[in-house]
Design a protein. Sequence first.
Length: 154
Amino acid sequence: MKKSLPVFFLILALAISSPVWAADVVYKLTYAAADDEAIGTSGTIGYYRVIYGDVYNEIDTLVGHYYMTLQILNPYTPIAGNQCFMTLHMVELEAGGPPWYNFTLQGSYAWGTGIGYGAITNITEYPGSLTGAYFTMDYNPSPGYHWTVNLHLP
C-alpha cells in the first residue's frame, strides 16, 4: 500500500496538470448573392470581396451575424482552388449567452471550394487559452446554409 501511494499521487498530479480539451463548436453560415460585394476589379491589386450573413448554431437557432472579407491574391483568376486571405468576424446576438459572444478568425480560403482553414485570433468571454486553437470551414450540405465553421478549441 505504501509503495502504491506515491504512484497514486503522481497519477493525480498528471491528471490535474493535463489540459482540458473543449468540445468543438459548430456554426452554420448563410449566404445570399445580394450580400456579396466585390470591391476593386478582378485581376488587379486590392481586389477583395465582402460577404455578410447570419450565423446559426448546431440546432438551427439564429445566434449572430458575420462579416467576412476575402482578400484575393494578385493576379486573381476565378479558378477553383485559388487561395485568398480570409478574415471572419462573428457578432453574437444579445439574446445569446456566454461564453460565445464574438470571435475573429484569420486564415486561408480556397476560392470556389468552400474550404477555409486558419487561426482563431480572438473569442471574447472565452476563459481558456487560444494557443493551438484553429478553425476549419467547409460547404454545408444542408439547405439554407452555405458554410459550416468548426472552432477547434484546446
